[in-house]
Design a protein around this ligand. Structure first.
Ligand SMILES: *Cc1c(COP(=O)(O)O)cnc(C)c1O
Length: 394
């Protein structure tokens, strides 16, 4: 099949829910992706934050191969060596989160967290933030804010409300004795790359404690080293009651998880489950991914490379740039105009980036991106965001 045929088949037969890029990607290595003709692209999207380890990591590949030829599937009713090892590892990552529910995607981990919050507290209401993104199934979508994801799908699950992000007063007013949980991203991803302030996260913890609500942090995008810590909430002295994660958890193999504190009650046999959840294949991939994250100290790499990249971005002189912000290698460049033409231009110059809303270019490169690749990114961005001198003067 040639490139043209592949593009045609996908546009004809896919459900139609994706805006397809005019690129056929067939292979990856580190922070690079390759099209069918062998042309290289620098991947600054990591598949929306999945490929923190880079593409085709050999240790993850080997773990998948080995486990696939040993045992792929096993329902969680039956204990398994790889799953037990993963549970031990995952619950060692954050103090106080000693239990884990395993599933297969981000949105499923959010659904599980909401069900557990209602079951545990006997309360119905969930408070989420404006600009929040938590996934596209009904519970998660009810907590998601942006009209772009919600329009046409009403009615939503009852009991959800949204408050301004990083606004302590708004949280004080919204959380009460009927609130089961507050859910927050530590850095809002889809919503435009907005990091939470330390005071805000601490206030969220205090307000939840005072009113008997649970605090859920959604680390699906910000987790596994992305922001310079294993989890972004670890930048602060705040312990959530539940932490949702997925994306980079299993090195690219689909997997989600909720890490759970002992404050969450009533989790008894049968209340929730998942056919594929905790399958040995994903568990083996996750174990390999987590050991690579630790061996290569990817959180540290994200911290140092993120600071280097952010500094370079802030030095780009362009009247188009309103602000550069982020944490670690989760970076947003907010422009004064729509980003779509610039993202297209970057792609034509072999750099793949994401948007976050209409006016933010989002950079989520694999944490193994090299300094040479970072310099290449900055060079191309500088050219693309440069404006003709006569236009600047006018
Ligand atoms: C991607 C994402 C989700 C949804 O994850 P899926 O695996 O696509 O269901 C939820 N929350 C955040 C913060 C995300 O970035």
């Amino acid at each position: 099949m040639n490139t043209q045929q592949i593009l045609e088949i996908e546009s004809k037969h896919s459900a139609g829910t994706y805006a397809k890029q005019p690129l056929v990607i067939v292979r990856g290595e580190g922070a690079s992706l390759f099209d069918a003709d062998g042309v290289e692209y620098l991947d600054c999207s990591s598949g929306h934050g999945v490929a923190n380890l880079g593409h085709a990591n050999p240790k993850v590949a080997e773990a998948i191969y080995k486990q696939a030829s040993t045992l792929i599937t096993l329902f969680e009713s039956f204990p398994n060596d790889k799953r037990a090892e993963l549970m031990k590892k995952l619950t060692s990552l954050v103090d106080g989160l000693d239990r884990v529910f395993l599933c297969n995607s981000g949105t499923e981990s959010v659904e599980a967290a909401f069900k557990f919050a209602r079951l545990s507290t006997g309360r119905k209401n969930i408070v989420a933030a404006m600009r929040a993104f938590h996934g596209r199934t009904y519970g998660a979508l009810s907590a998601t804010f942006n009209k772009k994801y919600r329009e046409g799908f009403e009615p939503f699950v009852p009991g959800f409300s949204h408050v301004a992000y990083n606004n302590i007063e708004a949280l004080e007013q919204a959380v009460n004795e009927e609130t089961a949980a507050v859910i927050l991203e530590v850095v809002q991803g889809e919503g435009g790359v907005h990091p939470a302030t330390e005071e805000y996260m601490q206030a969220a913890r205090r307000i939840c404690d005072e009113r008997g609500a649970l605090l859920i942090v959604d680390e699906i995008q910000s987790g596994f080293g992305r922001t310079g810590k294993m989890f972004a909430v670890q930048h602060f002295d705040v312990m959530p009651d539940m932490l949702t994660c997925a994306k980079s958890l299993a090195g690219g193999v689909p997997m989600g998880a909720v890490l759970i504190s002992s404050k969450v009650k009533n989790l008894t046999p049968g209340v929730h489950g998942s056919t594929f959840g905790g399958n040995p294949l994903s568990c083996a991939a996750a174990l390999a991914a987590l050991s690579v994250i630790e061996e290569e100290d990817l959180p540290r790499q994200a911290l140092v490379k993120g600071a280097y990249l952010m500094d370079k971005l802030r030095r780009i002189e362009s009247p188009l740039i309103r602000e550069v912000r982020g944490k670690g290698l989760m970076i947003g460049i907010e422009l004064k105009e729509k980003v779509a033409p610039y993202i297209k231009e970057l792609q034509e110059r072999n750099i793949i980036v994401l948007n976050a809303g209409m006016t933010v270019i989002r950079l989520l490169p694999p944490l193994v991106i090299t300094y040479g690749q970072i310099d290449r990114l900055v060079g191309v961005l500088t050219e693309v965001l440069a404006v003709e001198p006569e236009l600047v003067e006018a």
